[in-house]
Structure formats: structure tokens, C-alpha cells
Design a protein around this ligand. Structure first.
Ligand code: SF4
Length: 105
């Protein structure tokens, strides 16, 4: 049981710090739920299991992507165009976005 809590605790911590890709428990891969961060115009979606930790995001927009802050993605700290341009550079597809207004009927 300790092992389970160790994995969960460390996976949760590590996920927010861009360390692991997904949790493997009893031989099964457990996907994390995508995390979403809004700047009011778009929703930035981060899928931990896809992240390859290239850190392009943290180098390109350090005011938005900072593993030492919570939440680690703060999209309100830059313009939507800059967010989109950076998200398109994510090599793994871990980062995606969608427009919030377009979700309304
Ligand atoms: S750029 Fe994409 S793959 Fe690289 S650390 Fe950021 S989210 Fe992960």
C-alpha cells in the first residue's frame, strides 16, 4: 500500500513539474486527466502523459510556464497570440488549446 501512495504522491508532484509521463500501477498504465488553464479567451490543455519534457514551453514563455509556481501554467500572463504560437511549438502534442467563445452555442 505504501508503494501505491508513493506512486500517486510522486506522480502528482512530478506531473506538475514535468517529470513523468504517466503512472504505471500493477503493470497498468494510468492516464492522467488533462489539465486545463484559461486566460478567458482560450483554454490551454496539458496532457501529462504526452509531455516529453523538452521544456520549450518554459524557455519560450517563462512568465506562463513555470514549474515553481502553482498552477504551473498561468496563461493570463501573456497575449493569446503568443500562447498559440508557443503551443504550436510543443513537440509532443502535450499542449493544445481551444477557443472558449466557440464552445458557446
Ligand atoms: S513544450 Fe510540450 S513537451 Fe515540452 S515540456 Fe512543454 S508541454 Fe512538455
Amino acid at each position: 500500500m505504501y508503494g501505491f501512495f508513493y506512486l500517486v504522491q510522486n506522480h502528482t508532484t512530478a506531473a506538475t513539474r514535468l517529470l513523468p509521463q504517466s503512472l504505471v500501477f500493477l503493470g497498468k498504465r494510468v492516464k492522467m486527466k488533462p489539465r486545463e488553464y484559461s486566460n478567458g479567451e482560450i483554454m490551454v490543455v496539458w496532457k501529462a502523459e504526452k509531455c516529453r519534457h523538452a521544456q520549450i514551453c518554459t524557455k519560450t514563455l517563462p512568465q506562463v510556464y513555470n514549474i515553481h509556481q502553482r498552477p504551473w501554467i498561468q496563461p493570463e500572463n501573456t497575449k493569446t497570440e503568443d500562447l498559440i504560437q508557443q503551443i504550436d511549438q510543443c513537440p509532443s502534442g502535450a499542449l493544445t488549446y481551444r477557443y472558449i467563445d466557440r464552445e458557446k452555442p
